[in-house]
Design a protein around this ligand. Structure first.
Ligand code: FAD
Length: 290
């Protein structure tokens, strides 16, 4: 089930308002024209974005766009996940991003949940649907913030692969060596599945700093200081952010990364520009030249 060529994919989140959804459609049209392998759509643990995720997935499918819904299992029962899987299979979905998720604050931790970790979800999907779905899981080159130590986190990542994951998408990072070190450590543990870097364009410092603090992704000090220094000068901040991320993508691809997964934040322009300057206009051609 592993894709033989580099996989380039775009992540979306479900908009909260009809206006946001109308805007998303325009952004997706522009992104779809680039020819990614698939779009993925996030899902709030405990079903907190259920309606929005369905609406977004349904619309993508109605446009015949290859879609990978995310499925975050924490706070869900087996019956609920079973129903989601049937819905997606009936829609012709063939790829899922299987996650534990983080329960939104206020939902509590014991809320009717029958899954504790993502490896249990991967096993459940395989037990219920065999090889029907290609399963992506999350990976953390700078390690998951709740992991007691890197070795245990790596062991836990291996569990997801052993449970049947076909590939992994990483949390975003700005230090390429963290990614290469993580991939080497996985290979030493016998993991052979593709580990696709997650790429977060830099367009808004306050938002990026907030996300990074929450998910444990490091913004290297020199980048943080430069971004802080731009203040309200958004044009300069975006130009610098673009150069940083472009250089990161180049290094990752030159070092053998099996594709890129762009966290688009529902905005086409930053990803489009990276795509163009990386020369990905024809991913097939890139794949053949490697
Ligand atoms: P797990 O792999 O279960 O790991 C969670 C923690 O538990 C880690 O510290 C791990 O070391 C530990 N652990 C794992 N298995 C075991 C075990 N068997 N025994 C003991 N410890 C274990 N969140 C959402 O809510 N919705 C989304 O759509 C979403 N999409 C994402 C997409 C990507 C590509 C990434 C990288 C993250 C995404 N997230 C999403 C965030 C993710 O849900 C959080 O990072 C969450 O905290 C962990 O999810 P996981 O699937 O990696 O969990």
């Amino acid at each position: 089930m592993t894709d033989p060529q580099p996989v380039y994919s775009f992540e979306l989140f479900p908009p909260k308002t009809p206006e946001g959804f109308a805007k998303l459609k325009g952004q997706v049209e522009r992104l779809a024209a680039l020819g990614p392998r698939y779009f993925s759509v996030t899902y709030g643990a405990g079903g907190s974005t259920r309606a929005g995720t369905f609406e977004t997935v349904d619309w993508l499918r109605s446009r015949q766009i290859d879609t990978a819904p995310h499925l975050a299992c924490i706070g869900s029962t087996r019956a609920e996940v079973r129903e989601l899987l049937r819905r997606y299979r009936d829609q012709g979905i063939q790829r899922l991003v299987a996650l534990r998720g983080d329960l939104p604050s206020g939902m509590g931790t014991g809320a009717a949940g029958e899954f504790r970790y993502a490896n249990e979800l991967v096993s459940f999907i395989r037990a219920e649907h065999g090889d029907h779905f290609a399963i992506e899981v999350a990976a953390y080159p700078e390690f998951h913030p709740q992991a007691p130590n890197p070795n245990r986190d790596l062991d836990n990542f291996v569990r997801k692969v052993d449970a049947g994951a076909d590939a992994a998408i990483t949390q975003y990072f700005y230090n390429a060596d963290a990614y290469f070190g993580f991939v080497d450590a996985c290979r030493e543990r016998g993991v052979t599945v593709p580990i696709v870097p997650g790429i977060m364009p830099i367009t808004n410092y306050a938002q990026l700093a907030r996300f990074s603090d929450a998910c444990g992704a490091e913004i290297p000090r020199w980048i943080r200081r430069r971004l802080e220094g731009f203040g309200d000068d958004l044009g300069s901040l975006r130009a610098f952010g673009h150069d940083v991320v472009l250089a990161l993508c180049r290094r990752l691809l030159e070092g053998g990364a099996p594709g890129l997964h762009f966290y688009t934040m529902n905005q086409s322009s930053p990803t489009q520009r990276l795509w163009r300057e990386l020369g990905l206009t024809d991913p097939g051609k890139i794949a053949n030249s490697q």
